[in-house]
Ligand binder design. Structure first.
Ligand SMILES: [Zn+2]
Length: 436
C-alpha cells in the first residue's frame, strides 16, 4: 500500500461555474527511489541554502523571484535655528527626487565595466525602496525634519569627527525595528564659512541606519546660476550616494580592494571615471559598480545581488546581520496575480517568499531544495504530466498563518506527481502532508 500516494478527496463547487471539480490534496509523499527516470537526481552535492550564489534572480523567469521592498524613512537634519539646509518643501522634493532616481538605477542595472571585456549579463536587482510613514503619527509621510545644534552635521575628520557616531539614530530613529532610517546630514557651519570648502558626497551605512551628505550647498549654487547640467550632476550624485550607503547596510562592501566576498567584482584602481588624473589605468579599469567611488554607480554584479537577497531571506543566530526585518512583508498576503506557472525544468536552490500559488503544468518539474514560504491560503497544484520534487527543503508559511497544501489536478498520476528526496519539512499547512 505504500506504493501509492494517499490523498484526501474534497469536493468543492465553484461559485462562478456550473460543474463540480475534484480537488485532491496530497497527504503522504513517498521517496524518490522507485523512479529510474530520475535516479540521477539522487546523486548530487548537498545544497547550501546560505550560499549567496543561490539567490541571483534568473532573468529567464523573473516572476519566480518576487520583488523585495525595503522600508525606508528620511530625516533631514538642520541647525537649531532650522537654517542652512532644506526647508520642508525643498526637503520633501529632494527626497522624492532622490528616491525616483535611485529606483531608476535599480530598475536598469547595467553590465559591469570590469573586468575589461566582461560579458556577464547584469542580473535583475529585484529590490526597491518604499517610503514608510509611521502609522502611529498623524499625517506622516516618512520624511522628518529635526533642528539640533549638536547633531545636524556629519564630519569625516577633525576634532568634531562624528561620521560613525550613532547618536543621531539613537535620538531620532523612528520605527527602528522595521524601517531603515536614513539621515540626510548638513554641512558643518564652520565648513560652509570657509571660502575654499567644497562639500563632497559621502556617507556611512551602518545596518539599521545610514547617514548621507546632501550636497545642499552645491545644489543651491548650481540653482542660483541656473546651471542645469551641474544641478543634474548633483541630483544623480545624491541618488548614487544613497544606493551605495544602502548597499553597505544590506551587506555589500567596497569592491576595489578585491576582498568584498564576490569574485565577480575585481579589485581596481577606484577611478572616478576613465579620465581620472589621480589614478593609473583608468582608461581601461574604471569601474561602474555601485560599491566603488565612481561617477556611474549603475552596476550591481550577480554576486552582489545574490548576497543582498540571501540576507533578505533569513533571520536567526547564523544570520545576525539579516536585513529581513526591514522588508515590507508582501508575502504575508495572498495575491492572485502572483501565481507562478512552471512548465520547464526548474530548480530552486535558494529560499523564496511567495505571494501567490504555484501551478506545475504538463512537462513542468519544480525541484525545491531550500525554504519556500507559501502565502496564507496559497497552494501548489500539480497538473497531469507535471511534477514536484521536494529535495530536502522546507515548505511553510513565514507569517504564522496556514497555506492550503499540495493539490493534484484532475487526472494527475499521484504516483509521479509529488516525490521526496531526503526529509523535506512541510508545515503550517491545512491539508497536512507527511513524508514516508
Ligand atoms: Zn562606501
Amino acid at each position: 500500500m505504500y506504493r501509492f500516494l494517499f490523498v484526501f478527496i474534497l469536493l468543492s463547487c465553484c461559485s462562478t461555474c456550473q460543474h463540480k471539480h475534484t480537488a485532491l490534496f496530497v497527504s503522504k509523499i513517498k521517496p524518490l527511489v522507485s523512479d529510474s527516470r530520475t535516479q540521477a537526481k539522487l546523486v548530487h552535492p548537498p545544497n547550501d541554502c546560505a550560499d549567496k550564489m543561490n539567490y541571483i534572480p534568473d532573468a529567464a523567469y523573473p516572476d519566480h523571484f518576487p520583488m523585495r521592498y525595503l522600508r525606508v524613512n528620511f530625516h533631514i537634519m538642520r541647525k537649531g535655528d532650522g537654517q542652512g539646509h532644506f526647508n520642508e518643501e525643498e526637503g520633501v522634493a529632494y527626497v522624492q527626487d532622490m528616491m525616483k532616481l535611485a529606483e531608476g538605477k535599480l530598475n536598469s542595472n547595467n553590465p559591469m565595466n570590469l573586468p575589461p571585456g566582461n560579458n556577464i549579463p547584469p542580473p535583475l536587482t529585484k529590490y526597491r525602496y518604499v517610503l514608510t510613514p509611521d502609522p502611529a503619527r498623524s499625517n506622516d509621510d516618512g520624511i522628518y525634519f529635526h533642528n539640533d545644534d549638536e547633531l545636524y552635521y556629519m564630519l569625516r575628520s577633525g576634532p568634531h569627527k562624528n561620521i560613525f557616531d550613532r547618536k543621531v539614530y539613537d535620538k531620532y530613529g523612528i520605527q527602528k525595528d522595521t524601517v531603515m532610517n536614513i539621515f540626510i546630514m548638513a554641512d558643518h557651519a564652520d565648513s560652509l564659512a570657509s571660502k575654499t570648502y567644497k562639500s563632497h558626497w559621502y556617507g556611512v551605512g551602518l545596518g539599521a541606519f545610514n547617514k548621507v551628505s546632501s550636497g545642499y550647498s552645491r545644489m543651491k549654487k548650481a540653482r542660483a546660476k541656473n546651471d542645469i547640467s551641474r544641478l543634474n550632476y548633483h541630483r544623480y550624485s545624491a541618488c548614487n550616494n544613497l544606493n551605495h550607503e544602502i548597499g553597505h547596510s544590506l551587506g555589500l562592501q567596497h569592491t576595489w580592494r578585491g576582498n568584498d566576498g564576490c569574485e565577480d567584482t575585481p579589485n581596481n584602481p577606484n577611478c572616478w571615471n576613465e579620465k581620472d588624473p589621480n589614478k593609473s589605468n583608468c582608461a581601461t579599469l574604471a569601474s561602474n559598480n555601485v560599491m566603488d567611488y565612481n561617477t556611474y554607480n549603475n552596476a550591481w554584479s550577480p554576486c552582489q545581488v545574490g548576497l543582498v537577497h540571501q540576507k533578505f531571506s533569513y533571520l536567526g543566530a547564523k544570520n545576525r546581520a539579516s536585513t529581513r526585518k526591514y522588508l515590507l512583508p508582501v508575502w504575508c498576503e495572498f495575491n492572485s496575480k502572483r501565481t507562478i506557472s512552471i512548465s520547464d525544468q526548474i530548480i530552486w536552490n535558494g529560499a523564496r517568499d511567495l505571494e501567490g500559488n504555484i501551478e506545475i503544468q504538463k512537462g513542468g518539474e519544480l525541484t525545491i531544495r531550500c525554504r519556500v514560504s507559501m502565502p496564507p491560503s496559497g497552494k501548489i497544484t500539480v497538473f497531469p504530466g507535471g511534477r514536484l520534487i521536494l529535495d530536502g527543503g522546507i515548505l511553510e508559511n513565514a507569517c504564522g498563518e496556514k497555506w492550503l497544501g499540495i493539490e493534484l489536478a484532475d487526472g494527475t498520476n499521484p504516483d509521479l506527481a509529488v516525490v521526496a528526496i531526503g526529509t523535506p519539512v512541510i508545515k503550517d499547512v491545512v491539508h497536512e502532508v507527511s513524508v514516508e
